[in-house]
Ligand binder design. Structure first.
Ligand code: XBP
Ligand code: MG
Length: 251
């Protein structure tokens, strides 16, 4: 049995539903501004989410014929403009946290659990979400913000999780990851970290076989019970996900 000492949080789709109304919209603003005809509609963006990382996603769309060929510098420039638009959208307060996220973060913080972020998102985009959706005090509460190009290989590679564990001096055996997507779950799993998945519209059909708990959301005590999609550890009384549930995953 291992003690729960650390929670590592994914960002996009887990802390908040940032993809459809945040990142996607910001990409389209950058494309239009640069005179590209391309617009990523909601289903198309769902296909493109197979690839993590914004620059990698543009490259993937080029390779499959969605956008015309362009050099890396142009992709990077487009992506920088996209990030600026994304930060403005977030600053407008458009994207709330998902249900139960603040509750679970507060519960873990109060219990002295080490908190960290492991995401493929660009660091400044992560900072914007922390500042405007979570609150500035969380910059000090997260012991590591592992994000973006800090590691060469993005999720589903385990690199960002290994980087975060290394920075924290934590063992995978004492850690639980919170994810929303197949690529995210695969990354945590490849790093040997137990993983809870909260699905969303873009990820509800993903394959989470082997994940430790799959739910519709973390949920709240005073709302309807969460939908439990897979519960291999047979956790009881799963109205909403609590720290006690996460501790049981390591037993
Ligand atoms: C999120 C991503 C990111 C965002 C866009 O995956 O794949 O690329 O979609 O962010 P995860 P950037 O939730 O698994 O971290 O444009 O800043 O890359
Ligand atoms: Mg995610």
């Amino acid at each position: 049995m291992s003690e729960l000492k650390c929670l590592l949080w994914d960002v996009d789709g887990t802390l908040a539903d940032t993809e459809r109304d945040g990142h996607r919209v910001a990409f389209n603003m950058a494309f239009a501004e640069a005179g590209h005809e391309r617009e990523w509609d909601v289903p198309t963006y769902g296909e493109l989410l197979a690839v993590t990382g914004g620059k990698e996603r543009i490259r993937f769309d080029i390779d499959r014929g969605g956008m015309h060929e362009m050099p890396y510098e142009e992709i990077a420039g487009l992506h920088a403009r996209k990030t600026a638009h994304y930060e403005s959208l977030i600053a407008e307060g458009r994207i709330p946290l998902r249900p139960g996220v603040r509750r679970l973060l507060e519960e873990a913080w109060a219990a002295g659990i080490t908190l960290g972020v492991a995401t493929t998102t660009t660091p400044s985009a992560l900072d914007a979400l922390i500042e405007h959706s979570l609150g500035k005090e969380w910059f000090d509460r997260f012991a590591v913000l592992a994000a973006g190009d800090i590691v060469p290989a993005k999720k589903p590679a385990p690199d960002i999780y290994n980087y975060a564990l290394d920075k924290l001096g934590m063992s995978a055996a004492n850690t639980v990851a919170l994810e929303d997507s197949e690529n995210g779950w695969k990354a945590a799993n490849a790093a040997g970290i137990k993983c809870v998945v909260t699905v969303n519209d873009y990820t509800c059909d993903h394959d989470f076989g082997g994940a430790d708990l799959v739910v519709s959301e973390f949920g709240e005590a005073d709302r309807d019970a969460v939908e439990v999609l897979d519960n291999p550890h047979k956790l009881g009384e799963l109205h909403h996900v609590t720290l006690a549930h996460l501790k049981q995953l390591l037993v």
